[in-house]
Design a protein around this ligand. Structure first.
Ligand code: HEC
Length: 124
């Protein structure tokens, strides 16, 4: 593929940026259990999700360009938080970081919403 060189370059650049971000945001993030279970926080997260994440993760996190976020007890709160904060590169799929777009509070709302999707009933 003729784009390989530029792609590796891009990946290297992204990795560099991610490393820098990781260093600069040693934010002591405390996700409060109470917040994560609060229906108002979850509802706010759902609203935001439908605006910012729906395009890749689908209706109620069913998945699409991005991973399915339903029934994912493996996604711990801190993993979700950091993925949203820093973004994710998976092969040629890229999730952008939201660090400069969303506040910590908004990201926490999204974490609460995604955790609430653990209990989604199976598709029929
Ligand atoms: C441009 C597409 C895109 C957008 C927009 C996007 N994501 Fe993602 N997301 C991805 C991709 C791609 C992955 C990596 C998927 C994989 O590993 O299979 C991912 C991974 C994730 C993961 C980790 C899933 C896992 O299996 O580890 C979470 C959590 C997540 N996204 C949440 C969000 C939230 C919340 C938003 C909205 C703020 C969002 N994403 C917006 C594309 C996107």
């Amino acid at each position: 593929m003729k784009n390989d060189a530029s792609r590796s370059c891009l990946v290297a650049l992204c990795l560099g940026v991610l490393c820098a971000l990781q260093l600069s945001c040693a934010l002591a993030v405390e996700l409060k259990e109470a917040d994560l279970a609060n229906p108002d926080v979850i509802a706010a997260g759902k609203k935001r999700f439908n605006r910012s994440c729906f395009y890749c993760h689908g209706y109620e996190g069913v998945g699409g360009k991005g991973a399915s976020l339903q029934r994912r007890p493996d996604l711990a709160a801190d993993i979700i938080f950091n993925t949203i904060l820093k973004g994710r590169i998976s092969g040629s799929s890229v999730m952008p970081p939201w660090k400069n777009v969303l506040t910590e509070e908004e990201i926490t709302q999204l974490v609460a919403y995604i955790i609430s999707l653990r209990d989604m009933p199976e598709e029929k």
